[in-house]
Design a protein around this ligand. Sequence first.
Ligand code: ATP
Length: 322
Amino acid sequence: MGGGSSGGPRVRVRVPSKVNLFLAVRGLRPDGYHELVTVLQTVSIHDTVLARLDGSVASAHPAARRFMDLAFTQEAGPDVPPGSDNLAVRAARQLMGLVGVGTAHRDGEAAVPVTRLHLTKRIPVAAGMAGGSADAAATLLALNHLWGTDLAREELRDLAAELGADVPFCVTGGTALATGTGTATAQVLCRGSYHWVVGISGEPLSTPSVYRAFDEVGTPSEAEPDAVLQALRTGDAEALGAALHNDLETAAFSLRPELRDARDAFLERGALGALVSGSGPTVVGLAESAQHATELAGRMQDAFDRVEVALSPAGGPEVAVD
Ligand code: ATP
């Protein structure tokens, strides 16, 4: 896959990752999913999806698009599926199905035009930072623009919910309160910016395994996000640090005890607060300022495989047309 002629229209979407500032697991729903209350915020570690139409301008005509093919390439590690299991490809196929692109084939002819998708990953994989979901959201936005299908954000969010719990949030970005399985989101007020040290483990932790562990060692909680929401409204980093909360931590710690040590090390070494993001294994520490974040990152190098400083909220996906 990849290669081929260039020169067609190109759309580039830069999409941020997320942290969960608050996550309460209320219990199991009849459909087997867990009922959540969570506050999500984008952070400035980004993936990029580049979408390009290969072929002449005439082949970009809506009628020609019925015969379109899809090619996918990526600059990512071995943990990221290369083909149809990749969430970016699943998002593309879902949008193709909805808008009638690429659903027919001419007998014996190579499909023309080809939509080429290229993914560049910076967001750690299976890390609780919604990397796959971010790529799916970026792909929906990129192709909606490239193909001129003009679906509204709300329609894209409906499609996104079929792809994964975090995908609707990733379409919008910013700061949101999510309920249900996480797909129902409402934007919340956030003043100021927050400086984070992001501690990344090279060994992924699968989300389903963390939920299974939660069912064994965790207890559904009645925790409420009020203190986090209040801190965000007033832009109070110290209050936010004290209010950070994640019910999945116990489960993540039961699978990977060293994550508790890493969280505690953040607190001992001067973070305003620290927690596992989502289902982990990423642990984030909140700093007082950009300078404090850089210093704290230096002190945390020994606890993780990769340490980054990042800013939140990081807005939403940015669509650029080349
Ligand atoms: P969340 O925070 O939404 O639970 P996560 O950040 O923990 O997600 P992802 O990085 O999305 O996890 O990866 C979860 C799994 O999804 C990976 O193990 C990988 O096999 C698969 N996957 C599919 N597409 C992608 C993609 N584009 N990027 C990363 N992982 C992908």
